[in-house]
Design a protein around this ligand. Structure first.
Ligand code: FRU
Length: 506
């Protein structure tokens, strides 16, 4: 069963070493947070923090791309560039259907709210103020509002990343904004004049670092008869003394149009992702308008080492788009992330590898004949008598990334210590271990491997681990292993994935 799963000959563009084949990357140069995500007239817009003149963070612009399926992207010219009010930090965009801002000539159009970053005159103290830009041509060109900035407050130095949502019951706009290590909420009828509504977070959740990039989202509770709750996502900046770097927490509760209330205990910290590389994630506004699904994307890096990752012509990728929902668990309501169904279109028809009810024995590898670098793997494992069962991927004699489960301790392990190039930062080569109880004696995994990442969705999206890896292109081995006893692959489907570039002819 010799089966090659490389993405095939697509020589030239976007084939550099480590270049992801189905994750969004900037064409060249530096990228960080996703920004301004909005769905309008059949297009998903993705803007991003971009330094077009350098491979490290620098004067921030908004890069821009559009997609009809959230999988294949068309790069567009830079949308917003620094001006007299400063650089363009993170923010959001909305469809202003009624031209509430009065800048769109009476027709629906796009309005972006973002942070203008500069310094207080004659001082080295950073100044962060919220500004507005608008577009009447489907986001192709943008005009800065002449009255910028629209929201400032000298009491706060870290005061940024406005995420604006339309609050339907009250028919007004709500902005959630990071301010120091909490968030502040504002309301507006016209996107230009903002009134303070409430503050959240002083004694809630983790305060390991500065709070950034919040998002406030109403989500369905799975399996309920139409029950909905609100989730507040908050990213937390890198803390030099903490190994895990920048990360994202979330709260679940209620929102009455003015204030968010956390309905779990204030001390309980809920992490969005248990890997190292998912930061600043927020959701698409208006996406899609009919179904109302909420799709998030994060920046697949970590401020701990983001400026040093070993890529050549571009730096950083986004996570896969994930549809969010809430699930009632024995511990309470938890955020669930599922890769969007559009990704199934990347599966290479007729090239899948299937196993059913297969014994996994020590010293044997049922996937020995399979090699690959870009694929999706869906499976249900039963540890049985094995002390440890799992996968070793992107392997060679020197390299491997391990996804393992230890039944006695009920722990899941993702180990990238030998995953490939890691010398660029001391903290990169690491191993995560977390407690994950089996469901009916089984572990359900969905795994996405790309040229420089591994994304693991456990128990249908209830637990997620996102990690960059930088394996040698020749490290394409794959093993299903068991140690100390015999386990079982109840079922396993492995799909080589097409490159997103194969279809757009670049
Ligand atoms: C998060 C962040 C934001 C800020 C942007 C600057 O990664 O620090 O808070 O707006 O990046 O690029």
């Amino acid at each position: 069963m010799e089966q090659a799963m490389t993405t095939g000959a697509n020589a030239g563009a976007y084939r550099e070493k480590y270049r992801p084949q189905y994750h969004f990357t900037p064409p060249t140069m530096w990228m960080n947070d996703p920004n301004g995500m909005v769905y309008f007239e059949g297009e998903y817009h993705l803007f991003y923090q971009h330094h077009p003149d350098g491979m490290t963070w620098g004067p921030m612009h908004w890069g821009h791309a559009v997609s009809r399926d959230l999988v294949h992207w068309e790069h567009l010219p830079i949308a917003l560039a620094p001006d007299g009010n400063g650089a363009i930090f993170s923010g959001s965009a909305v469809v202003d259907w009624t031209d509430s801002c009065g800048l769109l000539g009476g027709r629906p159009g796009l309005v972006a709210l973002f942070t203008h970053a500069d310094h207080y005159p004659g001082s080295t103290r950073p100044r962060q103020r919220q500004s507005l830009a608008y577009s009447t041509d489907r986001g192709r060109t943008w005009t800065m509002y002449a009255g910028n900035p629209v929201l400032s407050d000298e009491r706060f130095t870290d005061f940024r990343d406005p995420k604006v949502i339309w609050y339907e019951p009250g028919a007004y706009w709500v902005m959630v904004l990071a301010a120091g290590d909490r968030v502040r909420l504002y309301t507006s009828g016209d996107l230009k004049a903002w009134t303070f509504a409430s503050e959240f977070g002083a004694d809630e959740g983790s305060h390991d670092g500065v709070w950034e990039c919040p998002d406030l989202i109403e989500l369905p509770v799975e399996g309920s008869a139409g029950q909905r709750k609100w989730a507040l996502l908050v990213s937390i900046g890198d803390h030099p003394e903490l190994a895990d770097g920048s990360k994202t927490q979330y709260f679940v509760g209620s929102f009455d149009g003015l204030a968010f209330v956390n309905e779990a205990s204030a001390e309980r910290v809920l992490w969005l992702d248990h890997g190292r590389d998912n930061y600043a994630g927020v959701t698409w506004a208006d996406a899609p308008r009919d179904g109302g699904r909420k799709v998030a994307v994060g920046w697949m890096s970590n401020w701990k080492y983001a400026n040093q990752t070993p890529t050549s012509t571009w730096r950083s990728a986004m996570t896969l788009p994930r549809e969010l929902s809430l699930r009632e668990t024995p511990e309470g309501l938890r955020l669930v992330q599922r890769p969007i169904s559009e990704l199934q279109g990347l599966r290479q028809a007729g090239r899948e590898v299937l196993l059913r009810d297969a014994a996994v024995e020590p010293g044997e590898n049922l996937l020995a004949g399979v090699c690959g670098d870009v694929y999706e793997l869906v499976c249900e494992l039963e540890p049985g008598t094995a002390a440890e069962i799992g996968f070793k991927l992107r392997t060679s004699a020197e390299e491997e990334t391990v996804i393992g489960y230890r039944a006695a301790e009920q722990t899941l392990i993702v180990d990238r210590r030998r995953s490939g190039e890691s010398s660029f930062h001391d903290g990169f080569a690491c191993r995560h271990e977390l407690r994950v109880p089996l469901r009916k004696g089984r572990l359900r995994l969905q795994l996405f491997v790309d040229q420089s990442s591994v994304e693991l969705f456990v128990h249908d999206g209830e637990i997620v681990l996102t990690d960059q890896i930088f394996p040698d292109p020749a490290s394409t081995g794959l093993a299903l292993y068991a140690e100390g006893g015999e386990g079982r692959a109840v079922e396993l489907q492995l799909y080589p994935l097409k490159s997103m570039y194969a279809l757009v002819g670049v």
